[in-house]
Ligand binder design. Structure first.
Ligand SMILES: [Zn+2]
Length: 566
């Protein structure tokens, strides 16, 4: 029997279909948006409420060995935030590193239905999938780390582009990954030898390849494989004053590889790589310069990595930066190594309003969002949990929509930071349409997920209904109301099923895991396998047979076929 639902009278914000605040009814059958339903359909009355597609988060560290190491490192993070068991839900814990089920519930409560884990070491991806499988409600996927991979660096150095493409295709297939993630290209490898790569043209020790060549090479590979999402890049020099230049240079390094259809590169959590100035003392925001570059060049997209004041846990495959942060803060630290090739560092951190550097960081994220003109190329993230927990998204939305909310926070931050930021003079306030763009439509488009991020016929029936009446409320004057509404959607619907109602989880289905089924020519694939299996044993301690993850290992796999050009 088909399951039918109709959402009537809501004010709909569906930017992908050019719908900005129209009163429309949505019809749902068998988990999809359809053009009509029978009279027997269950009705949800959304009068006086805002209706958006389910939220899509393309960068949130929610699963895998580094997240789990963070949980082990921080028992105090569990104690302070407890999710109680209900008839429908399991208990759970964790403020900045919630347990898997709690992660699913909290996203669903906010109206989010799709989330990507953006950094998984290939060898550890089995664990990542196990945790994603244990995260209810949301659809998901993960990005394998390839920016310091030995085979990638060797193939690119030797100009073997087709072999490199075949290798990346094999790795995506083996790990059931979704996109190419690059963290500190070449820099993690250099750090292993006690070196630091400051410039894009510094060679990686023993490999004779530069960060620029890695980024350009993998950008070309991405195109050769026709992958739906561009290369997803965490630039070199993260966390160093002056690094906004590295960010701009990295974007510019692939300018000539752009085509009109979609961006060639996504730069992630730009707040952390948007520092201008030459030291911590004269640090200032590089967001105006980065936004200016983004406004003038269509081949790039960015996400924020917005800082939230308070306690959190930082974790990244950028091991060198985490070691530095541990030294700087004196906080506890753990570094995980994976085959001496990638890994992760984890350090607890508290962002303080009164701290000059932290206040500048807070300003950089918001300036970036407010100064980039095109909301289709700037996505809202906190780089959870690095800038702050994802559960703080309603705060970020309120800052973006309400100058009053920003002024309130600005009045409490470090005075010198307030003077040096552009933020206090920015008048722009995001509209609900723009919020719908940066939190669902644009990231879904960037990920190439055709049935996500919109509410047209044929889309997945992932819907969020918020208790905000765009017609009646003076929204920008009521940031607290905005925060409350986005914290607990009136209804979250996932695949046509009501999963959350006013903060109560009502059902806990399991979503799909998206992964790329990359297809290269069979000749190329067999010569690649011959090449890597002969060398694998020399390079690594774990044998090649341990990498491939069967589809049957994943609860609800959803392979996206990708025909390569090689
Ligand atoms: Zn991240």
């Amino acid at each position: 029997m088909s399951k039918e639902l109709v959402v009537v009278n809501g004010t709909v914000f569906d930017p992908m279909n050019d719908i900005a605040g129209e009163k429309l009814d949505l019809f749902i059958r068998d988990g999809k948006i359809v053009s009509s339903v029978s009279k027997k359909a269950r009705t949800i009355n959304a009068s006086g409420q805002t209706v958006m597609p389910g939220g899509v988060d393309l960068h949130s560290h929610i699963a895998g060995s580094k997240v789990n190491s963070g949980r082990l490192l921080r028992p105090e993070d569990h104690r302070k935030d407890i999710e109680f068991r209900t008839r429908k839900t399991h208990s759970g814990v964790g403020y900045s590193i919630p347990s898997t089920r709690t992660t699913g519930y909290r996203y669903a409560r906010m109206g989010y239905t799709t989330v990507f884990e953006p950094a998984t070491p290939p060898l550890k991806t089995r664990h990542t999938h196990e945790e994603l499988d244990s995260t209810p409600i949301i659809d998901k996927g993960c990005f394998p780390l390839l920016g310091n991979n030995w085979f990638v660096m060797e193939y690119l150095r030797d100009g073997k582009m087709e072999e490199c493409a075949a290798y990346v295709a094999w790795m995506l297939k083996a790990t059931k990954g979704y996109a190419i993630k690059i963290v500190d290209p070449g820099g993690v490898e250099a750090w292993g030898w006690g070196k630091f790569l400051r410039y894009l043209d510094d060679p990686v020790v023993h490999f004779g390849i530069t960060p620029r060549e890695i980024v350009r090479g993998l950008c070309k590979v991405n195109r050769m494989l026709n992958l739906p999402h561009p290369i997803h890049v965490h630039t070199n020099n993260l966390g160093n004053p002056g690094n906004y230049l590295t960010t701009i240079e990295t974007m510019d390094a692939v300018r000539d590889l752009a085509n009109e259809k979609r961006p060639a590169i996504h730069i992630t959590h730009v707040q952390f790589t948007g520092f201008a100035g030459s030291s911590w003392l004269n640090l200032r925001s590089g967001a105006p310069e980065i936004a200016d570059y983004v406004n003038k060049h269509r081949h790039v997209s960015v996400d924020l990595g917005q800082v939230i004041f308070g306690d959190t846990t930082t974790m990244t495959a950028d091991g060198p930066f985490q070691y530095f942060l541990h030294k700087l803060s004196g906080n506890k630290w753990v570094n995980m190594d994976v085959e001496a090739e990638t890994g992760s560092g984890i350090v607890p951190f508290e962002y303080k309003r009164g701290n000059y550097v932290n206040a500048i960081q807070w300003g950089i994220g918001l300036e970036l969002a407010l100064l980039v003109d095109d909301p289709w190329r700037v996505f809202m993230t906190t780089d959870h949990p690095n800038g702050g927990p994802f559960a703080s998204y309603p705060k970020v939305i309120a800052w973006l929509m309400s100058r009053k909310a920003r002024e309130k926070t600005i009045s409490k931050i470090n005075r010198m930071a307030k003077k040096r930021l552009t933020l206090p003079s920015i008048e722009r306030e995001y509209t609900l349409e723009e919020i719908s763009t940066i939190t669902r439509a644009a990231p879904a488009k960037s990920l190439g997920l055709a049935d996500k991020g919109h509410l047209g016929v044929g889309a997945d029936a992932d819907i969020a209904i918020y208790n905000i009446d765009p017609a009646r409320n003076d929204l920008e004057r009521e940031p607290i109301r905005l925060r409350r509404a986005f914290r607990e959607a009136s209804f979250t619907i996932k695949d046509g099923k009501i999963v959350s109602k006013e903060g109560q989880i009502t059902a806990t289905p399991y979503g799909q895991t998206f992964h790329i089924e990359s297809v290269v020519s069979s000749n190329l694939e067999s010569s690649l396998l011959k090449d890597i299996s002969s060398r694998f044993r020399d390079y690594y301690t774990i044998e090649i047979e341990n990498y491939p993850i069967a589809e049957s290992f994943i609860r609800n796999p959803s392979g996206i076929p990708c025909e390569a050009e090689v």
